[in-house]
Ligand binder design. Sequence first.
Ligand SMILES: Nc1ncnc2c1ncn2[C@@H]1O[C@H](COP(=O)(O)OP(=O)(O)O)[C@@H](O)[C@H]1O
Ligand SMILES: [Mg+2]
Length: 555
Amino acid sequence: MMPDSLDSTTDFGGGAAAPDASPPPRRRGPVRLLSAGLFLLLAAGGGGIALSSRRVVKDQEKRLLQQRSTEVGALFNLSGARLQEALHTGSTVVTLTHDDAGAFASTAQAAVASRLVGAMAVVQDDGQGGYRVLHSQGPGLAPDGPLPEPVVAALARAGSDGQFVSTPVFVVDGQRRLGYAVLIPGLTPRTLIYGQSALTQSTTSPSRQNQLFSDLDGAVYAGSRVDPAQLVLSTPRFPIGKGQVRTPFKLGADTWLLELSANHPLVSTLAARQPWLYLIGGLLAAILVAALVEVLLRRRQFALALVEERTGQLRRSLADLDAAQQQLVHQERLAAIGQLASAVGHELRNPLGVLGNVFYLLRGRLGSDDPWVERQLATGEREVGAATLIVSDLLEFSRPRQPVMEDVDVAAIVDEVLAVAPPPSGIEVARRLAPDLPPMRADRSQLRQVLLNLVSNAYDAMPEGGLMVVEADQVDGCVDLTVADTGGGIADDALPRLFEPFFTTKAKGIGLGLSVAHRIVEAHGGSLEARSRGGTGASFTVTLPSAAVPAATIQ
Ligand SMILES: Nc1ncnc2c1ncn2[C@@H]1O[C@H](COP(=O)(O)OP(=O)(O)O)[C@@H](O)[C@H]1O
Ligand SMILES: [Mg+2]
């Protein structure tokens, strides 16, 4: 008892000291959901920042490109100004020298040598809607030669404001050309300085010549539209018409178009990588935070489960303790009752013995001739027998005795019991003992007490009369001894409690008979089984080992 309650306390303490001895079950579902949600949220946040920073970088890149494109435009403008200056110098020389061919030739030669133009000429309105070359320097402009239509149209446009005009790209003898002209003021008929350049496939762009623009690709068109026919120059492999920015710029009186792309990021490398950095940073932060939250949540859940488990253990321990306490109280009560039973038993044993003797002597003196006397004597003897059985039960209950084994003849003990406790009137007794029954190994007086209890219970079960059958049979080295009656049977709820001390359903019962019988049979290493046949009777079977029959007897 006590060790039991101590054990459970020790168990509880031990369990608390080693929490991983039986880890509580983990419920992962909600934890996974929360940390996964957090991860997605943070990852989405990182992705969003990366996207918007990418937009900012792109925007910055575009603005830088725009700025660079304005710079390139300004450079072309400068080239235009130098061209215009060269043409103006020609114009001034012609005016001052009254169109001296030699003077013009040396001026034009300088311009051709500086590669500002491929060829230069003085051209004059021929009065028939065309122009003729008066003098020329450089290839492709022979004196007196006719000028192609696009050139004539451009020459006609040149005005007295001194600005130079340019022709669109035109083709002569399969060669793409470009021309520029300024009007020489104050001369009649209209006389102009005309410069011309041949466009070759290998024309390199200023962006390549100038390291400042090495990170740009692009193309320049004569005119304000993207038109492959009007392509003046481009960087190698530049996809015509697919530049990132288009910037018109002024060249003399005309507007040309510049188309540009950056061949690598114009913003700093760090800035260009910023979105990726944000994305990676965001993902790392998401993983880190989600992992941290997951760990914390799991810890919390683990702790909660542990508390739950420990609380359960505590409750169980308390319940055990409670049961133990109740059992203790019960045992103590039984012990007190036992003491009382012992005292009463001892006090009653002797007077009952004396009463038994008195009845014996009376029967001897009065004889059995008078039925009335016989009836009174039988009643007295039966009641003394019942009282003696109760006293025996009380004593056996209060001080259980170890059986002293001997060979007991079954028929003899049945006879003795039926003699001591004869059936009341109205009850018939049938004995069905198998022939050649071996003796039982038992404590004779204890077995007698067991049988007396079963028989007296059977009598009690049949107040209106009936049949009691005492049966004995040999089964597998044991003897089954059954007392069956035709009484009211045993109620279902009473069946499991039959062998409890003090369990009784009788108004005058004390409930010790079966509990004592059961204890005695168990002390013999045998068994006592109760069976109820519904409302038509009950039977109790004692099974005890049989004594080995000596071989000599069998022969
Ligand atoms: N042959 C039987 N038929 C029906 N009920 C029985 C029989 N034997 C015992 N019982 C039930 O078992 C209870 C306990 O029996 P027992 O321990 O002998 O105590 P008591 O006879 O003093 O009641 C009885 O009160 C009765 O309800
Ligand atoms: Mg009884």
